[in-house]
Write a protein that binds this ligand. Structure first.
Ligand code: ADP
Ligand code: MG
Length: 259
């Protein structure tokens, strides 16, 4: 009997693999002296769809930027696959993250080169396909005539919606396992909305997804919704759970909007 037990034990004692989940453990963060995140705990499971919702200024974009490793927490830990992201070389960690920022950072380069930043090894054809998929029509037309538009910097004269579609095309070309969309359709005009939604759908298949969305209707299907309020996670869970336990979520849901 003892022998049998010994055979079984190593198996049952085997540690469950953490997978490549992202975990925040008591994360505090502030800009200059003002603390804006006051001890965030959250787990984002590999391959899951997650949403961050909450009032404007509650800290959603700051959480997204910490996941994208823009800054280190002032206190606490952020781990990826069980490893503190501070201990992962930035270039290696960055390969895992496609981040569409609310600010749609573009560089003082052509649209083509801005999209190519998602994958410097991409062929022109792949860059153009990503652009087409995201509705950068103008850019494609101009490119076919033999010139390209400067996207960012002083030479950039693109609208918010155009900049956003370029950011999405860049993220698509990167093909990273974790996709962060911070208000990714906030500036999209109705004409391009369906197109952007389709390209976003392509971008996110099979990925770990973190969305920050205005319209609650688009995130109600998330595996896990985190309600962010004044730098804290007030509640998290599925839509059904939150409607029962989070008055703030219920209130936002009834108004059907968050910002
Ligand atoms: P949300 O995305 O939920 O609207 P943010 O994460 O952008 O909220 O902001 C959280 C808080 O941090 C706000 O009080 C905001 O004013 C402040 N904040 C955001 N970015 C900066 C920055 N670069 N410098 C100083 N304060 C900032
Ligand atoms: Mg924000």
């Amino acid at each position: 009997i003892l022998e049998k037990r010994e055979l079984i034990r190593p198996k049952t004692l085997k540690k469950k693999p953490v997978g490549n989940s992202i975990e925040f453990k008591d994360v505090h963060f502030g800009y200059s002296k003002k603390e804006v995140l006051h001890g965030i705990n959250l787990t984002i499971k590999e391959g899951s769809v997650n949403a961050l919702v909450g009032p404007s200024g509650s800290g959603k974009s700051t959480i997204a930027k910490l996941i994208a490793s823009f800054w280190d927490p002032d206190k606490g830990r952020i781990t990826y696959g069980g490893v503190d992201i501070k201990d992962i070389p930035l270039a290696d960690y960055n390969k895992n993250i496609a981040y569409v920022s609310q600010d749609n950072y573009l560089f003082d380069e052509t649209v083509m080169e801005n999209i190519r930043m998602g994958n410097p090894d991409a062929l022109d054809e792949d860059v153009i396909n990503a652009a087409k998929a995201c509705g950068c029509h103008d850019f494609i037309m101009k490119l076919e005539k033999g010139y390209d538009t400067i996207a960012g910097g002083a030479g950039g004269h693109l609208s918010g919606g155009e900049r956003q579609r370029i950011s999405i095309a860049r993220a698509m070309l990167k093909n990273a396992p974790i996709v962060i969309l911070d208000e990714a359709t906030a500036y999209t005009d109705p004409e391009n909305e369906a197109l952007v939604q389709r390209s976003v759908a392509k971008l996110i298949t099979g990925k770990t997804l973190i969305v920050i969305a205005h319209r609650l209707s688009t995130i109600s299907l998330a595996d896990c919704i985190f309600v962010v309020n004044k730098g804290n996670i007030e509640a998290f869970g599925s839509q059904d759970e939150l409607l029962k336990k989070s008055p703030l979520y219920k209130q936002m849901w009834e108004a059907h909007i968050t910002s």
